[in-house]
Design a protein around this ligand. Sequence first.
Ligand SMILES: [Zn+2]
Length: 119
Amino acid sequence: MVKMVGNKNSGRKKDPVSDYIRMGKKTLYIRQTQSRDTGKWIDDPIFTWFKRHHGAKWQSQVREFMRLDVEQYKREQFWRCKCPNHGLLGNYIPNRVPKCHICNTWKNKITELQHGGRR
Ligand SMILES: [Zn+2]
């Protein structure tokens, strides 16, 4: 079943969600400077330009950047062992770790040979 969450007061986006998925609000701090003329606090021009560029989709643009960044981080900094892919880290092993001590998988043949099959 799909329902809408949020109301006018919360500012929560009305993304389509299921009974088990919702949008959780996180706080993002933006640098502000005080205007000498008006005394008002003004958002960082970078943030204002970003919103101008992406309009109502600026939050989904931030989410898309996060998705791509994490994708690249996992691809470049981790390797996958043969453990079940459960939990947040799943079977992602940092590149500096040559062998999974749970399933005994080596990162690759080279690291195995370098360690003489031990460790
Ligand atoms: Zn493993």
